[in-house]
Design a protein around this ligand. Structure first.
Ligand SMILES: *Cc1c(COP(=O)(O)O)cnc(C)c1O
Length: 464
């Protein structure tokens, strides 16, 4: 895989690979619709605005780097998913993509449920008033206290990921005198990456219980045997992330329904729910062509209905768990340019005031992003750039290959779109860097929903 064979650091001196999508854009000032949140525009003065607010205002008030989130865009995506799936299905937002108390309130108001996968995410959800029955708990190694807390709070579902967990959840439910609703996470042998998927007999990974060797069926037996404390609502499958190809979901749905039918034959019960997970891709660059929620809903509903009909099963209630597809496009990261360093015959390195501490995805997954000059428009010619951060790693790359205007200068603001998911939630304090704030903008007004970390925050943890 290129990301392990060519770590970003040593790959110096390369030029754009043959056939790379990137040609200089026709208009460097264009704000290409699909990679930006819905209410981002190039304003009359040349600077970019979000929900009517000039990004220079945002930078003046809150500083840079900052994640700038278009609240109406986030809410509209929630609604699009809700409406696409309708009242006969549940949409769980995957909190790990980005979670804050404001986000929990938006989800609550827009009728979405919430997936959490850590005590911190559970605490955030509960503290912002998400009704516990609308919360599902995930994770391959939930601790006993964490399970205890979820059961005590009355979470709607716990997704079981191991044999050990069956006993732990049953014991917690017994202690609290409740019957906990659970799903069994099934590994269906589908590995999906963006434009392709692989269907295999087994999966060499840490999540779930394998379908192919009977482990999942054995887990179902054990859960049913704990019927006094566990209510088996159904099966769960999550096949990957940043997926564009529906074929992986088709194989997954077929295999999950196959297990539902085997369960009916063995135990005489038809489980009422299946959860097909998240993973739907978004546009990080203009080359990406993601599916709309209504297309996804239609495709999934058809696959499940067809497979159930063939197996003679009633169609179960469907659940999906989008994270990236809701949060990702709704925010961009606003940076200030610090240095512009042309390397003769190669490219120009543009250093910004953040980097791998606020966006680890380029270094971690070789993720692709785009970038634009947002504090002004420019008529200058395009120059090939690599946008890098301020950290002590040559792999500290934000955008590997992009074009920016050749008159780019220190003090200009640039923005990297589609950073709403897996950026703030994966941010670190590398180099003792305080993590950036998340600024929500709606109807021309900005407010911090997660404030910037301060040096005081950092020092508070250092007890000497
Ligand atoms: C990460 C995750 C999701 C969300 O994935 P996205 O790619 O952000 O849509 C959904 N379900 C489970 C179980 C996950 O682990």
């Amino acid at each position: 895989m290129s990301r392990s064979a060519h770590p970003a650091g040593p790959r110096h001196g390369d030029v754009l690979p043959e056939g790379h999508y990137l040609a200089p854009p026709a208009d460097l000032n264009a704000i290409e619709g699909k990679v930006w949140a819905a209410n981002v525009r190039r304003g009359a003065e040349g600077a970019v605005t979000v929900a009517g607010l000039d990004v220079r205002e945002v930078a003046r008030e809150f500083g840079t780097p900052a994640y700038v989130l278009d609240e109406a865009d986030f809410r509209a995506r929630c609604r699009a998913w809700r409406e696409a799936f309708g009242p006969g299905a549940d949409v769980f937002y995957a909190g790990k993509a980005f979670l804050s108390r404001a986000v929990v309130r938006w989800l609550r108001e827009e009728g979405l449920n919430l997936d959490v996968c850590s005590p911190g995410e559970l605490a955030t959800a509960l503290s912002a008033g998400m009704p516990p029955e609308r919360i599902a708990m995930h994770g391959n190694n939930k601790s006993v206290p964490e399970i205890e807390r979820g059961v005590a709070a009355g979470v709607g579902r716990i997704v079981l990921d191991s044999f050990e967990e069956i006993g732990r959840v049953a014991a917690a439910a017994a202690r609290h005198g409740v019957r906990q609703r659970v799903l069994v996470r099934v590994t269906v042998g589908v590995e999906a990456h963006t434009h392709e998927f692989i269907a295999t007999a087994h999966e060499d990974q840490k999540f779930g219980l394998a379908l192919s060797d009977g482990t999942a069926a054995e887990a179902v037996r054990r859960v049913l045997a704990e019927g006094a404390h566990l209510e088996l609502a159904g099966l769960h499958s999550h096949i990957g992330s940043q997926i564009f190809d529906m074929a992986g979901f088709e194989v997954s749905a077929r295999r999950v329904v196959g297990l539902l039918s085997a369960i009916r034959d063995e135990h005489g019960v038809e489980l009422p729910e299946i959860d097909l997970g998240g993973g739907l891709g978004i546009a990080y660059t203009p080359e990406d062509d993601p599916r709309e929620p209504h297309e996804i809903a239609k495709a999934l509903a058809e696959i499940v209905a067809k497979e159930c009909e063939a197996a003679g099963l009633a169609v179960p209630r469907l659940a999906v768990e989008p994270g990236r597809a809701i949060a990702g496009p709704s925010a961009f990261t606003l940076y200030e340019v610090g240095t512009v360093k042309p390397l003769a015959g190669l490219r120009t390195y543009v250093s910004v005031d953040g980097g791998m501490s606020d966006n680890i995805r380029t270094a971690l997954y070789d993720a692709e992003y785009s970038v634009a000059l947002v504090s002004r428009a420019s008529r200058a010619a395009p120059m090939l750039v690599r946008v890098v951060g301020r950290h002590c790693e040559s792999g500290d790359i934000v955008v590997r290959d992009a074009y920016l205007p050749a008159d780019l200068a220190p003090g200009d603001l640039v923005a990297v779109p589609a950073t709403g998911a897996y950026c703030r939630s994966m941010a670190s304090n590398y180099n003792h860097t305080p993590r950036p704030p998340v600024i929500a903008v709606a109807a021309g007004a900005a407010r911090e929903i997660v404030r910037r970390e301060s040096e005081e925050d950092l020092l508070r943890l250092d007890v000497g």
